[in-house]
Design a protein. Structure first.
Length: 212
């Protein structure tokens, strides 16, 4: 029974990463319509917020894979002027919009239902955030996706990636470590912070700009 459940979990993970947008939307809507992700509804005080506040400079943020709106509602309201959250699940966004209205942030927060891998922003941002959502980017698409969104960063803007790469056994998960290697090789890393021996890692970086 445990093996069967693990197989199902692995298959769902692969479909979330490699499936069509329609399949991914159905899977995420199913989970966010139930109680599967209720445990993440309160992440106040998360380690990523200090990094966001530092690099936002009270500016704009694009949150790719925003889920039920944690960052949109837990980040200090004084830390930013505008926020765009993108998620493939309309069920998750319904929660995000409800929380935003309840917190009086409707004038600052907006949301778009889209597969963030194919999302095309209409503006530039001070910070572009991948909060756990980088897990769902195929390894071969990490650099192309970051290169694409680099065009939507302001000159002094930065990417912020938060994810847990530890395998819990003193090492790192191979695929996630490979993502970190891609970031460190292809971009200018501004900060890299590990929270706890096997806790999350936050990486802040920006594109390598041509020297003038």
């Amino acid at each position: 029974m445990q093996m069967a459940q693990r197989t199902i979990t692995v298959m769902r993970g692969l479909l979330k990463r490699y499936g069509s947008s329609k399949i991914k939307m159905a899977l995420w809507d199913q989970e966010f319509s139930g109680t599967h992700w209720d445990f993440i509804d309160d992440t106040a005080g998360d380690c990523v917020y200090a990094h966001l506040e530092k690099h936002l400079n009270k500016g704009s943020i694009l949150d790719l894979g925003c889920g039920p709106g944690n960052t949109a509602n837990e980040l200090a309201a004084s830390a930013y002027t505008s926020y765009v959250g993108v998620d493939i699940s309309e069920a998750a966004l319904a929660k995000a919009r409800k929380r935003t209205e309840e917190n009086g942030r409707s004038a600052k927060n907006s949301f778009a239902c889209s597969d963030f891998l194919s999302y095309r922003p209409s503006q530039q941002f001070d910070v572009i955030l991948f909060r756990e959502s980088m897990y769902h980017v195929p390894l071969g698409k990490v650099k192309p996706i970051l290169d694409h969104f680099s065009k939507h960063l302001k000159d002094e803007g930065a990417f912020v990636v938060r994810m847990s790469i530890s395998d819990g056994k003193g090492g790192n998960k191979q695929r996630l470590q490979a993502m970190v290697d891609i970031i460190e090789t292809g971009f200018n890393v501004l900060e890299k912070s590990q929270y706890g021996e096997s806790g999350p890692e936050v990486i802040v970086f920006r594109p390598k700009r041509p020297q003038r």
